[in-house]
Design a binder for this molecule. Structure first.
Ligand code: ACO
Length: 374
């Protein structure tokens, strides 16, 4: 048995998956075989969910059935609304509120059926995020509408207004683009939880906990803060250089698995073009900042291949769609939950308990000392 240490499990292959594949050198991401650049801007979120669950695209009847199924599962029990209202009143961050609401997701149906639980969590998460946000604004939650598609209904519940079709397309492209991404920390967490034959609600709750950390799903808010700062300072090149001179990290750049530009950056910047009005200079500013940042990162961190990651244009796109920055990470969860659910089912299909080992580096040969002698 090897005692070689692999901190962070970098490059360790621990399972097989048919859900997504990543080529970090060529900058390619495929979702169940489809290039993300082809799938994300064209598919509805429901089609992508069906693809992950069934390994093929649905026909019209199957799609209609899935839409109806999800739409019928959007309502949350009063108890969950109570948790969300309390979290909002306490000023809890959105990801903490979502984790609490997700944990209540099994109320009334503990561990019923993994497939059903996966769809239930996909349907419930947008309602939870939107309700939290409404309570944070001191408003009532907006009840979900069954006639709207998944992405459109999320926007509707956030604002209470009929969503703009261009914003819906932008949001849906985003949700599709982030739906799955190999064995990232939250996905691995979800699979680890169900590997004990625990339930999907527990797995999704734990995955939200993992996504909450700033090294995983927390960057798009800070990207927007950085872009605002650069815009307000008036000289992008000088501000970016100052940040690098001060040893700061540029938000939205660098990635553990990509040596080139994250393929989702192209998908999301393309989608952003569809949601920004011609008189809003923000998208042009972002493009300028990206060009300058990539050049300066090559100068300050030679050989590191620090390119644009998914979070950079996530921030730009979601701002354009009108999602408040406090909800960027929870909106990431709203997209990723279909991937988590599908991974749970894949894990359960061919399960092996996840149980790595640690190298012990603590004290040895100690002998018990009674309390009075210490
Ligand atoms: N800005 C400036 N320098 C950077 C950046 C950055 N964004 N990213 C990495 N570096 C530098 C590090 O300082 C380090 O330099 P050094 O060797 O001279 O000390 C070198 O590049 C390698 O950095 P690591 O932290 O080892 O790279 P790792 O692969 O662990 O980090 C990460 C990846 C966390 C994404 C990192 O690039 C980062 O912090 N980026 C900024 C935050 C961000 O955009 N996060 C979202 C990631 S996308 C996602 O997770 C969905």
């Amino acid at each position: 048995m090897s005692d070689a240490l692999n901190r962070g499990l970098e490059d360790a292959v621990v399972a097989e998956t048919r859900l997504s594949s990543i080529d970090g050198e060529r900058g390619e991401l495929r979702i169940a075989g489809y290039d993300v650049a082809d799938l994300a801007p064209n598919a509805t979120y429901e089609e992508v969910l069906f693809l992950l669950l069934n390994d093929r695209l649905p026909d019209a009847d199957e799609l209609a059935a899935l839409r109806e199924d999800l739409a019928g599962r959007r309502d949350l029990p009063d108890e969950t609304h109570g948790v969300l209202r309390a979290a909002a009143e306490e000023g809890e961050p959105a990801m903490a509120a979502l984790r609490m609401a997700a944990a209540a997701g099994s109320l009334g149906h503990e561990g019923e059926d993994p497939d059903l639980d996966a769809r239930r969590m996909v349907a419930a998460l947008p309602t939870a995020v939107a309700a939290y946000w409404r309570y944070r604004q001191g408003e009532d939650a907006v009840a979900p509408r069954e006639d709207l598609r998944h992405a459109a209904n999320y926007l509707y519940m956030l604002t209470g207004e009929e969503p703009d079709p261009a914003d819906v397309r932008g949001l849906e492209t985003y949700l599709n683009a982030v739906v799955d991404h190999g064995f990232n920390a939250s996905t691995f967490t979800a699979r680890t939880v169900v590997s004990t034959e625990s339930d999907v609600v527990s797995a999704v709750t734990a995955a939200i906990g993992a996504l909450k950390g700033p090294l995983h799903g927390g960057a798009p808010g800070p990207v927007l803060d950085m872009l605002d700062e650069i815009r307000d300072a008036g000289d992008p090149a000088a501000t970016i250089r100052e940040k690098l001179e001060a040893g700061e990290r540029l938000m939205g750049f660098g990635h553990r698995v990509y040596d080139v530009r994250d393929p989702r950056a192209a998908v999301l910047s393309g989608a952003a073009e569809g949601v920004y009005d011609a008189d809003d200079p923000f998208l042009d500013l972002a493009t300028e900042v990206e060009d300058i940042a990539v050049d300066l990162l090559a100068e300050y961190k030679p050989g590191r291949n620090l390119e644009t990651n998914v979070e950079f244009y996530t921030a730009v796109l979601l701002r354009g769609v009108g999602i408040p920055r406090e909800l960027f990470s929870t909106t990431f969860a709203v997209g990723r939950v279909a991937g988590w659910g599908a991974h749970c089912l894949e894990q359960l299909d061919d399960n092996r308990l996840v149980r790595p080992r640690a190298r012990y580096v603590g004290a040895t040969d100690r002998e018990w000392t009674p309390l009075d002698d210490r």
